[in-house]
Ligand binder design. Structure first.
Ligand code: SIN
Length: 270
């Protein structure tokens, strides 16, 4: 009999899963975790201490790995991306609300983040439910958003002032997604615009788009739609980029932080 248990963390997003070892997971427990991910948007696991091989094997249970073209790969396991902050850096990777790979025609389905080196304090990751955001829009704004598409671009990786070592050769053409998507697995509707990668609404100028997009970014990340994860040694988070946005907190300057990230391929969104 399985010891898996799932504890919901907030009203709209996040659950902590305990009683499982991700490196040695039965089909039944994997199916329960998959259901929990689609129900809660992000699931957290403590005390896992996955090896890189375990991390990759767990990711492959979700689908094909979609290697991020901007991040520094782990030399020994190039499908794992290093998300590193050096003590002297003031900014962190992911310090703007975003959904991973939304700039791709098929954004990443899931991201699996493993804590490797943590600061003594800080460095939490926040998650916001895009299904809650969509559901709580007024009928009028929801109908407007339903009829719109927006452009997403990876150009923010080319910022010359960036403190982070990104591969700048990966920049591609912008891509267009509906502003409200239907989750490919469950059919749930979710808002799909983010402040890092969305540039403008299709058919509108950037200046015309900015007020509505800024309103939606602010509305979608209000505290009631969020949860906050404080990392611990051996912790793992799995999130669905079609259901949540996430934000990495830059509040541990003077200390380093290293996470290993694997992204799982998604499908085009409609
Ligand atoms: C990310 O945006 O993928 C990184 C999140 C984090 O480092 O907490």
């Amino acid at each position: 009999m399985t010891a898996l248990s799932i504890r919901k963390l907030t009203g709209h997003v996040g659950a902590e899963v305990s009683g499982v070892a991700l490196g040695d997971l039965s089909e039944e427990d994997f199916a329960a975790i998959r259901r929990a991910l689609f129900a809660h948007g992000v699931v957290f696991f403590r005390d896992q201490r996955l090896t890189p091989e375990d991390h990759i094997a767990f990711a492959e249970r979700w689908g094909a790995i979609d290697v991020n073209r901007f991040f520094t790969p782990l030399a020994s396991h190039p499908c794992i991306a290093e998300v590193r902050t050096l003590p002297e850096q003031k900014t962190v990777i992911g310090g703007i609300w975003h959904a991973d790979h939304s700039y791709n025609p098929a954004p990443a389905m899931a991201t699996i983040l493993v804590a490797r080196e943590l600061p003594d304090y800080g460095g939490d990751t926040l998650f916001a439910s895009m299904t809650a955001a969509y559901a709580h829009l007024s009928d009028g704004l929801r109908a407007t958003v339903d009829g719109l598409k927006a452009w997403h671009s990876d150009a923010s990786f080319a910022a010359p002032q960036s403190e982070h070592a990104f591969n700048q050769n990966g920049i591609t053409e912008p891509t267009l997604h509906p502003m409200a998507i239907r989750h490919p697995e469950t059919g749930q509707k979710a808002l799909f615009v983010n402040g890092d990668f969305t540039t403008h609404i299709d058919g509108w100028t950037e200046a015309e788009s900015a007020p509505l997009l800024e309103y939606l970014y602010h509305f979608a990340t209000q505290p009631e739609f969020c949860c906050r994860f404080t990392w611990s040694e051996g912790a793992v988070a799995v999130w669905d980029n079609r259901l949540v946005q996430h934000f990495a907190t830059a509040d541990y300057q003077g200390q380093g932080r290293l996470m290993h990230r694997v992204t799982v391929a998604g499908v085009p969104l409609s």
